[in-house]
Design a protein around this ligand. Structure first.
Ligand code: NAP
Length: 324
């Protein structure tokens, strides 16, 4: 049996990262009493980041999880409600929109999708253990923690080339580890990295284990042709093997690009369904920063607010119009 919550929410926000919580903050302050279905593992990618030093307003830096708690508390303070669970189904085919968490259904006049993207992981237990302790997925965020150190970048695409080049400004040595000897990266990015004498290359190799107890100390690599394994020392590891948008629930209803990122109307956060908005990394595969996601969350809330106000205006005009 499906249980439908009494009443229709003006705004339902799906996702609990910087974009979702900022949308919640703005919607709550506009008296729209948003419901945030934040996910069982709320907080998003910042939960696996240690120090955040590039979010404006925190001159001393802040731990990623602590920052997400602050974002959440700020939205709560103005009246946002939270469901700490994962959405299992959405139906945008008619108003009000339906958002389900298992057999519990929530109705919303607007929905803001802020489910983010996830950095692809190598899939190793040792990787999980050392996340935020030298195991990173974002050079822009963490490169400055490795001055004069040796770091490894895993991957052979544009992200890996970009991260390796960026890291070389801080680290004394950067080793790119790639599983083939051909690169997916564009020629220009590859050439730039190849021309950088701080960058070394290990090809036809994959990571078998990230080494270290409390911090990364190295890697065990395996040659994919010969099966030979060996260890190298490293102070940090950056996996740059791509991101996946968290859009599985929406692909049959919302417009998206080939990689699955949602597509919004130019200059707006509105999707192909009027009243359904998409914000943050679920639409953005270029900037992917907490601050850009937060800004986009704010835009989504303002767009939802305007959508509701315009509809209210139409309803009032319809009610006031003389009947024939
Ligand atoms: P990508 O193009 O999908 O490349 C991912 C890389 O990681 C590939 O080399 C892949 O190897 C490797 N990989 C995937 N899974 C792996 C695993 N489990 N273990 C080891 N290696 C693995 O992703 P991306 O580099 O993040 O780029 C995504 C998109 O953003 C691309 O369209 C790219 O052009 C664009 N981008 C552009 C810029 C720029 O222009 N400034 C910067 C960054 C990204 P294989 O090659 O063997 O599959």
């Amino acid at each position: 049996m499906t249980m439908t919550e009494n009443g229709v929410r003006e705004v339902i926000i799906i996702g609990g990262g910087p974009a979702g919580y900022t949308a919640a903050l703005y919607a709550a302050r506009a008296n729209l009493r948003p419901l945030v279905i934040e996910g069982f593992n709320w907080g998003g990618q910042l939960m696996i980041t240690s120090d955040v030093e590039n979010y404006p307003g925190y001159p001393e830096g802040i731990m990623g999880p602590e920052m997400m708690q602050d974002f959440r508390r700020q939205a709560e303070r103005f009246g946002a409600d939270f469901v700490t669970d994962d959405v299992t189904k959405v139906d945008f085919s008619e108003q009000p929109f339906r958002v389900s968490v298992e057999d519990h259904e929530y109705l919303g006049e607007t929905v803001i999708v802020a489910t983010g993207a996830s950095a692809r992981q190598l899939g190793l237990d040792s990787e999980q253990k050392l996340q935020g302790r030298g195991m990173s997925y974002c050079a822009t965020c963490d490169a400055a923690f490795f001055p004069n150190k040796h770091v490894v970048v895993v991957g052979g695409g544009d992200s890996a080339m970009e991260e390796a080049t960026f890291l070389s400004r801080f680290a004394s040595k950067v080793t790119v580890v790639h599983r083939r000897d051909e690169f997916r990266a564009s020629q220009i990015m590859l050439d730039r990295a190849r021309g950088n004498d701080k960058i070394e290359w290990i090809t036809n190799a994959v990571v078998d284990e990230v080494l270290g107890d409390t911090r990364v100390t190295g890697l065990r690599l395996r040659n994919v042709s010969t099966g030979e394994t060996w260890e190298i020392e490293a102070d940090g590891v950056f996996a740059a093997i791509g991101h996946d948008p968290n859009t599985r629930l929406f692909l049959d209803q919302l417009d998206h690009d080939e990689a699955g990122y949602l597509v919004t109307k130019p200059g707006s956060t509105e999707t192909n369904f009027p009243g359904v908005f998409a914000v943050g990394d679920v639409v953005d595969h270029i900037y992917r920063q907490a601050v850009t996601a937060a800004g986009s969350g704010c835009m989504g809330a303002l767009d939802a607010e305007r959508f509701l106000a315009a509809r209210e205006g139409h309803l009032m005009a319809a009610e006031a119009a003389p009947r024939a």
